[in-house]
Design a protein around this ligand. Structure first.
Ligand code: UD1
Length: 419
């Protein structure tokens, strides 16, 4: 039993140090398999998914040391095994990145299908077809993906049918030590992919990214370790800003250097909040009331992120009118709606559309986190609600938010964890 108990109705106020990005550190941890020597990662978030990745690295044969909560040191000279059992793979979705790094390093791997949030079908066809075009032979047996490279892995020209984040990362990881050149057309453009590229380039990889969806990789014979600072987490930033907005509060996020907030602050401004981004920090002050947002459509970057849909929805539950969401990335990413309705929200789902009729107030209830971002949305709704809410299955939330109860308490929330 791991639950968060929240007494709502407290305006959040104060400063928060923003955590490092989950979606950056996880692929970078899997990339360390490709390197020789020592990698020192700074600004590492304290997340259960990070520990799960470190357990996989240790299983593979690398030495992993967490020197203080912020710094992880990984050292090794390759992989002692290229097999990852289901018990390690099923903890999170990002374990799929070990597919690209193990193939790139060992020329073979056997991994079970990855776990992660249940958001509808999450196939791997784009990953596998790209790897096949690079000379990888793949079979799927008893829930395991088995890969071999009979004639060496080689570069290829790959056009993605959809700019998949995971597939783009896997192709880059498989290509950096491959023979020849790889070109990815219609690659995902998320900033965290750029962080992976920056890390690999510091290790000696040759990668060019147009920033417009074309990535060019020239294979090299080896990579060294390096020091690297993980970028700040823009999804966590939006979550804490949403918490401030929903409670009528004012919060400053520090350590936000380099994150592009324009993509989502525009919606906070439509809600009537004021946002200032100094480059080093982001400040949000809620308006007197929350105004509705007419249309919020999730799209691949640089569109509105699917990872922010749930937390924005919880703010708009109490808007002075109707807001409409369109979820275009995942088929089943409205699983938090039942919990929000249980707390008094008025949300109707029609396939990929969700219509949120603003209500005067939410009230506390017993709810259960359905997934990482859906769980965060329930916490935000609870912070603004009248009375006590219990969010059970809080382990989902710990996959992406570092010590969420301590951070929210530090800005005035009444929230405790019961384990
Ligand atoms: C996705 C999000 C990412 C988010 C993460 C966790 C996008 C584009 N990606 O990344 O921002 O951080 O979830 O919530 O917003 N697909 C296939 N075949 C494949 C791969 C993907 O059909 O081989 C489909 C998926 O089913 C899904 C869509 O493409 O509908 C997005 O997939 P992808 O970007 O690969 O997912 P993640 O890497 O998990």
């Amino acid at each position: 039993m791991n639950k968060l108990v929240i007494n709502g109705g407290k305006k959040l106020s104060g400063e928060i140090k923003l955590q490092g990005a989950k979606n950056s550190i996880l692929p970078i941890l899997s990339a360390t398999v490709l390197t020789n020597g020592e990698t020192v990662l700074e600004n590492c978030p304290d997340l259960s998914d990070v520990y799960a990745s470190c357990r996989i690295l240790t299983h593979i044969g690398l030495k992993v040391c967490r020197e203080n909560p912020d710094i992880i040191v990984i050292s090794g000279t390759g992989a002692k095994t290229s097999e990852i059992p289901d018990s390690l793979m099923s903890c999170m979705r990002s374990s799929v990145n070990f597919l690209g790094s193990l193939i790139g390093r060992c020329g073979e791997c056997s991994i079970s299908f990855p776990g992660g949030c249940q958001l509808g079908p999450r196939p791997l066809d784009i990953h596998l077809s790209a790897l096949r075009s690079m000379g990888v032979s793949i079979s799927e047996e008893h829930g395991y993906i088995k890969c071999t490279v009979p004639h060496g892995i080689h570069g290829a020209k790959i056009t993605l049918p959809f700019p998949s984040v995971g597939a783009t990362e896997n192709i880059i990881l498989a290509a950096v030590l491959a023979d020849g050149e790889t070109e990815i057309i219609n690659a995902a453009r998320e900033p965290e992919i750029n962080d992976l590229i920056l890390y690999l380039k510091k290790c000696g990889a040759r990668i060019q990214s147009s920033g417009g969806g074309n990535i060019f990789v020239e294979g090299v014979s080896s990579l060294s370790g390096t020091d690297f600072r993980i970028m700040p987490d823009r999804i966590a930033a939006a979550t804490y800003m949403a918490a401030a907005a929903a409670t009528g509060g004012a919060v400053q996020l520090n350590c936000t250097e380099g994150i592009d907030t324009d993509l989502f602050t525009v919606y906070f401004e439509q809600m009537g909040c004021r946002v200032y981004n100094s480059g080093k920090s982001v400040f949000i002050k809620s308006g007197k009331s929350i105004k509705p947002v007419k249309s919020l459509k999730t799209m691949p970057y640089p569109g509105f992120p699917t990872d922010m849909q749930a937390v924005f929805m919880s703010v708009l539950c109490c808007a002075s009118g109707t807001s409409v969401f369109e979820e275009n990335i995942f088929e089943d990413r409205y699983r938090h709606v039942d919990a929000l309705n249980r707390m008094g929200a008025d949300i109707k789902v029609y396939g990929k559309i969700a219509v949120v009729e603003g209500v005067e107030r939410l009230y506390g209830a017993e709810v259960s986190a359905t997934d990482l971002r859906g769980g965060a949305a329930m916490v935000i709704a609870a912070l603004s609600a009248d009375g006590k809410t219990t969010v059970s299955e809080a382990g989902h939330i710990d996959r992406g938010y570092e010590k969420i109860e301590q951070i929210l308490s530090s800005v005035g929330a009444d929230i405790i964890r019961k384990s």
